[in-house]
Write a protein that binds this ligand. Structure first.
Ligand code: BES
Ligand code: ZN
Ligand code: ZN
Length: 513
């Protein structure tokens, strides 16, 4: 899907558009049209006015109306006020409807939607990003295509008198972010038979290859992959333990981008990369195992976040770490009551092989610390408990004792569209995972099932130690809520937009550390 910008909105420029977005404001049952209505044929304008008069649609209603002349259809949306949240959803519904109807060329006039709170560039960006997110459908990847191919919206024309250069920059930025999110969704959705730990490494190499300068030369992202031999020689026994039960050997994938100064302390992101979570020897019952091919969603978010930050050339140093393993039962599996020495020497006892995410992340956190990051963040589909606590609209945010950092990270959730909600992480949670025979245990020490998301965070925090640290439990946002969000089924791609937004506000974040 492509985007054009047109400074003139008239009968000639709208000629190729097949469906036009037409906002209508309603207040005290009086309708106020967008100026764009004037480009419609006189008889069609009347048709729209009569529709409003006869049907009296209420705020929130959306209708696709057939016209007699070009553009042919209007996507009529009635609201009291068109704010960012409403427009996000409307943009998605518009594109999904257009795609379903087989429209190829669609258009929107944005100038009347703008006000003091919402700039024209923001509206353009929002339409670009959400059009791409709503157009995406993983079911087109493996299903046989229909005879005349999948329906595709080919172009969205944005009509605006705003400075074209600025609009182009916004379009480009949002294309990069949305493409990152959609590719993250694809990688997460991919079946685990094809997407193994080495598959994650390949995805990282592929996207880094795209970050080479046009004239050739080194990519702005350096990818290093530790294979099982290197993991062994480095003493990364936790990743090896979880990966031990699988025929697909584990990896640690590292992606480094240096957009900042040489000495600038990096942002480190550790993303859980479990390519399939069967539970291991503590095997999951069938209904709990479904969707566990997406248990590497934190890892894929890390890959495409680092890539998007590099493609946007943001002035920050970032390192992504993806401990990747498949958690499977076999004669080589790690067991309950095993004691494992993680990278750096801390020991852990295994209370449950299904709490594997925190185990692989322990090695990666310890290793990330050697790069002296200003902030270390973890992102993981870590616990079902986070979903019980929060539902499926927010990821859990865990920050131990820095209120300013917590507030700043919450606000990144608001502005990025990847919403987060704070949950407790205290010294008590770190105590909950103290081991009996080892330094820590990967389950609650008295087997309490309450507050599981916080105990898991406490475990990660034990490994972070004195390192400035924040954790996102993205299990609640692993998959979309298709109806509510107007997105197709499957992985939500949570985290890519979050970390891009964080990188854009790195100075503000740093001031809280
Ligand atoms: N990957 C799961 C958590 C999960 C569940 C993510 C559902 C997304 C949707 C994780 O590895 C897990 O199995 N956690 C256990 C921990 C328990 C054994 C302490 C859980 O949440 O039940
Ligand atoms: Zn598990
Ligand atoms: Zn898991």
């Amino acid at each position: 899907m492509k985007f054009s910008i047109s400074s003139k909105l008239n009968k000639a420029s709208i000629k190729n558009v097949e469906a036009f977005f037409l906002p209508v404001w309603v207040e005290k049952e009086r309708y106020q049209y967008d100026d764009a209505v004037s480009v419609l044929d006189a008889a069609d304008q009347k048709l729209v006015k009569n529709f409003l008069k006869e049907r009296e649609p209420k705020a929130g209603e959306v209708h696709l109306i057939r016209l007699n002349k070009k553009p042919g259809f209007v996507f009529l949306s009635v609201e009291k006020e068109f704010n960012g949240k409403k427009l996000t959803l409307l943009a998605r519904k518009y594109i999904r409807t257009a795609k379903k109807q087989g429209f190829k060329e669609v258009g929107i006039y944005i100038d009347d939607l703008a006000d003091d709170d919402l700039a024209k560039t923001e509206i353009a960006g929002l339409f670009v990003r959400n059009s791409l997110l709503a157009h995406y459908d993983f079911s087109e990847e493996f299903k046989a295509a229909p005879k005349d191919g999948w329906k595709r919206v080919q172009n969205l024309t944005i009509f605006s008198d705003h400075d074209e250069k600025e609009l182009r920059a916004t379009v480009k930025e949002n294309e990069i972010i949305a493409e990152g999110v959609n590719r993250c969704r694809t990688l997460s959705n991919y079946p685990p038979v094809k997407m193994t730990p080495e598959g994650l490494a390949e995805a990282a190499r592929d996207v880094a290859n795209e970050c080479r300068p046009a004239k050739g030369g080194a990519s702005s992202i350096k990818v290093t992959v530790f294979d099982e031999k290197k993991l062994y020689s480095e003493g990364m026994n936790a990743i090896l333990a979880v990966g031990g039960g699988s025929d697909n050997p584990p990896r640690l994938v590292i992606m480094e981008y240096k957009g900042g100064q040489d000495g600038d302390q990096p942002l480190a992101i550790v993303g859980k990369g479990i390519t399939f979570d069967s539970g291991g020897l503590n095997i999951k019952p069938g209904e709990y195992m479904s969707d566990m091919h997406m248990d590497m969603s934190g890892g894929s978010a890390t890959i495409y976040a680092v890539a998007a930050i590099a493609k946007l050339k943001l002035p920050i140093n970032v390192i992504g770490f993806i401990p990747a393993a498949e958690n499977m039962p076999s004669g080589k599996s790690y067991r309950q009551n095993d004691i494992i020495t993680a990278y750096g020497g801390k020991t852990m006892e295994i209370g449950n092989t299904d709490a594997e995410g925190r185990v692989v992340m322990a090695d990666a956190i310890e290793y990330a610390k050697t790069k002296k990051p200003a902030l270390l963040m973890t992102i993981a589909t870590l616990t079902g408990a986070a979903m019980v606590a929060l539902g499926t609209r927010w990821s859990g945010l865990f920050v131990k004792d820095n209120k300013d950092l917590r507030a700043a990270l919450e606000s990144i959730g608001e502005t990025s569209g990847d919403a987060v909600w704070p949950l407790p992480l205290t010294e008590q949670n770190e105590k909950e995972v103290e081991g009996i025979f080892a330094d820590v245990t990967n389950t609650h020490k008295s087997n309490s099932r309450y507050g599981g998301a916080s105990s898991a965070a406490g475990f990660l925090s034990q490994f972070a130690g004195d390192q400035t640290f924040a954790h996102l439990d993205m299990a609640p946002r692993m998959t979309t809520n298709p109806e509510e969000e107007a997105l197709s089924r499957g992985a939500a791609g949570f985290g890519v937009a979050y970390f891009v937004e964080l990188a854009k506000h790195w100075e503000t974040i740093r001031s809280t550390l």
